[in-house]
Structures are given as C-alpha cells and as structure tokens.
Design a protein around this ligand. Structure first.
Ligand SMILES: *[C@@H]1O[C@H](CO)[C@@H](O)[C@H](O)[C@H]1NC(C)=O
Ligand SMILES: *[C@@H]1O[C@H](CO)[C@@H](O)[C@H](O)[C@H]1NC(C)=O
Ligand SMILES: *[C@@H]1O[C@H](CO)[C@@H](O)[C@H](O)[C@H]1NC(C)=O
Ligand SMILES: *[C@@H]1O[C@H](CO)[C@@H](O)[C@H](O)[C@H]1NC(C)=O
Ligand SMILES: *[C@@H]1O[C@H](CO)[C@@H](O)[C@H](O)[C@H]1NC(C)=O
Ligand SMILES: *[C@@H]1O[C@H](CO)[C@@H](O)[C@H](O)[C@H]1NC(C)=O
Ligand SMILES: *[C@@H]1O[C@H](CO)[C@@H](O)[C@H](O)[C@H]1NC(C)=O
Length: 266
C-alpha cells in the first residue's frame, strides 16, 4: 500500500512541475515606458508591443555562464542577435545593430522594435537554453482617411469609406456627432470599412467619425457630411410661383370687387 502511495505522490509532483527540466527556463519581457501604445505589464512566453517601443527581455540567471547568445527564430530560419563571451568583445548582428543593449551583468537584452521583429527569441549559454519567447510587433495606427462626398442630395444613397493608411486595423466602428452609430435599414456597414447611407435624409447631416483599433492603438478621423434638401431649389421656385399667382389672383379679384364695393359704401 505504501509503495503505491509513494508512486502516486511522485507522479503528482512530476505533473505539478513539468518544467523542472532545462526547458522550464523562460524569458520574461516587458515594454519599457514611455510607450503609451503598448501594454507595460511584464509577460512570459508572449508579448505584444508596438513599432518604436523598447522591450526588455530578461532571463533567469544562467548557471555561471561565461558565454551567452541571444537568438531569434522565424518561419524561414534562425539567427544570432548578440554573441557575448567574457574574453572577447560582444558583437551584434547587423539586423539589430544600433538598437539593442545587452547587459553583461544579468544578460538581459533591450531592443528598440522595428516592423520585422515579430519573431521568437531565446537566450542560450554553453550548457542550457531558455524556451522560445514570442514577440508580436504591431504598428500603431495613424489617423485613417475617410473617402466620400461631403455633400449629398436628400433621397440619394451615399457611402463613406474608412481607409487605414498605415498599419492594420482589427476593428472598425463609426460615430455620428460623437455617439456610436448603430446600423439600421438605412445605415449599413459593409466590409467593416464602409458606411452606406440609403436614401439620405436631412437629419443624416453631421460629423461622422471612423474609429480604428488594433492591439496597440486606436485612432480616428472625422468627416462632415451635409445632406441638402433636394427641394432646396425647387421648393422656393414653386413657392414663388404660388405667391405670384395668388397675388395676381387677389389683385384681379380686388379690381373686380372694387367697383360694387365702393359703390355700395358711398
Ligand atoms: C561575431 O564576430 C565573429 C568574428 O568577427 C563572426 O564570425 C560572428 O558571425 C559575429 N557574430 C555576430 C552575431 O555577428
Ligand atoms: C550603426 O551605426 C554605425 C555608426 O553610426 C553605422 O556605421 C552603421 O551603418 C549602423 N548600422 C545600421 C544597421 O544602421
Ligand atoms: C545590468 O543589470 C544589472 C543587474 O540587473 C543592473 O544593476 C545594471 O544597472 C544593468 N546595467 C545597465 C547598463 O542597464
Ligand atoms: C493618430 O495618428 C496621428 C498621426 O496620423 C498621431 O499623431 C496620433 O498620435 C495618433 N493618435 C493616437 C491616439 O494614437
Ligand atoms: C461624389 O459625387 C459625384 C457626383 O455626384 C460622383 O461622380 C463621385 O463618384 C462621388 N464620389 C464618391 C467618392 O462617391
Ligand atoms: C471584416 O469583417 C469580417 C467579418 O465580417 C472579418 O472576418 C474580417 O476579419 C474583418 N476584417 C477586418 C480588417 O476588420
Ligand atoms: C430622420 O428623418 C427620417 C425621414 O425624414 C426619419 O424617418 C427618421 O426617423 C429621422 N431620424 C432621426 C434620428 O430623427
């Protein structure tokens, strides 16, 4: 009975700490401030950060190492970022030249991120290596541009297209005069980027903002849409004709009524 219990206990212990081998050495990373477009909390295994931000990759102390290499891995291959050894100068790969700082005391690595740095990273000594750490590098979104006609006639269909010029948006939404715009029979959202207004009405006039968001940023642009009353020109003309006609009618009617009227009053 006792041996079985001990065996179970051993199994449990093994399950509880599966990373007790060398594979358990993990990189921790965080985005350094000031970088307002990315999450500043430290992360293990995976971090999302933004182009232009600085990230700090740290490792648990590698056993009394005299040499450390930081490496990257992409779909197409692996490469060395920095190559450090006690007895010779540290050299840095051209890909990361002038934008990394390797700390020879704690072996941490700082990188100012560029677009292509979306890769796996790890540190390695003579005897052990950390697991691969995934760095996702996302470009912050600039103001989108809105394409469309700023002036439309009432009753006509119109559309506004929100165009992301730099980076990639995960989410699009629209606001009208600062408030979230909801879809309806007349207000339709097509392909995430396009706002269609069917049979525009006068009250569709206003400031339309397209808001775009991705993992590290949010930005928006606003556009003034003016819906002109289709009767803007026609209605005054009709009114003018009616008024002139009425005046003429009244004039003639008065002329006719004048004589008997005056005659009876005198
Ligand atoms: C470091 O320098 C050596 C000798 O100049 C070179 O062979 C090696 O590729 C360099 N390593 C890196 C990471 O650039
Ligand atoms: C890094 O800076 C040095 C000196 O300013 C320059 O010669 C080198 O071309 C730079 N490397 C890269 C990859 O920009
Ligand atoms: C290197 O790391 C040590 C220990 O974490 C720290 O005291 C030191 O300031 C760091 N050096 C640089 C240049 O950041
Ligand atoms: C929006 O984009 C502009 C550049 O087009 C940038 O200057 C601004 O900081 C961005 N706003 C936000 C909140 O990221
Ligand atoms: C704006 O309206 C004009 C004519 O009303 C039309 O030719 C043009 O294609 C419209 N532009 C857009 C971007 O819808
Ligand atoms: C647009 O919306 C579709 C679903 O309606 C979604 O699959 C797609 O990923 C979206 N694209 C972007 C860039 O938001
Ligand atoms: C705008 O005008 C249309 C037609 O005149 C009407 O059906 C609609 O309810 C109005 N919407 C609002 C928000 O007032």
């Amino acid at each position: 009975m006792l041996p079985l219990f001990l065996l179970l206990l051993l199994l449990l212990l093994l399950l509880a700490c599966p990373g007790s081998s060398a594979a358990g050495l993990g990189v921790t990373a965080r985005t350094l401030s000031p970088c307002y477009s990315a999450d500043l909390r430290p992360a293990s295994e995976r971090l999302v950060s933004a182009v232009g931000c600085t990230v700090l990759l740290t490792v648990p102390l590698l056993k009394a190492s005299k040499a450390v290499v930081w490496e990257y891995k992409t779909g197409s291959g692996e490469g060395v970022i920095v190559d450090y050894a006690l007895d010779r100068p540290t050299n840095t790969s051209r890909l990361y030249e002038n934008r990394t700082r390797f700390n020879e005391t704690d072996f941490s690595l700082q990188i100012v991120l560029q677009r292509g740095d979306d890769r796996l990273y790890r540190a390695r000594s003579e005897s052990e290596a950390t697991g691969w750490f995934q760095l996702r590098v996302v470009e912050p979104l600039a103001e989108p541009e809105i394409l469309g006609n700023s002036s439309v006639k009432a009753g006509a269909n119109t559309k506004l297209v929100c165009n992301v010029v730099e980076g990639k948006a995960d989410l699009y939404w629209w606001k009208k005069n600062g408030e979230l715009l909801l879809g309806s029979d007349r207000i339709q959202f097509v392909d995430n980027t396009t706002l269609c207004i069917v049979k525009a009405a006068m009250n569709d006039s206003g400031y339309y903002a397209c808001v775009v968001r991705n993992e590290v940023s949010q930005n928006e642009t606003s556009f003034l849409l003016h819906v002109q009353n289709a009767a803007n020109v026609v209605l005054p003309m009709i009114l003018a004709c009616v008024v002139i006609g009425l005046l003429a009618g009244v004039f003639v009617w008065c002329k006719r009524r004048d004589r008997p009227c005056r005659g009876s009053c005198r």
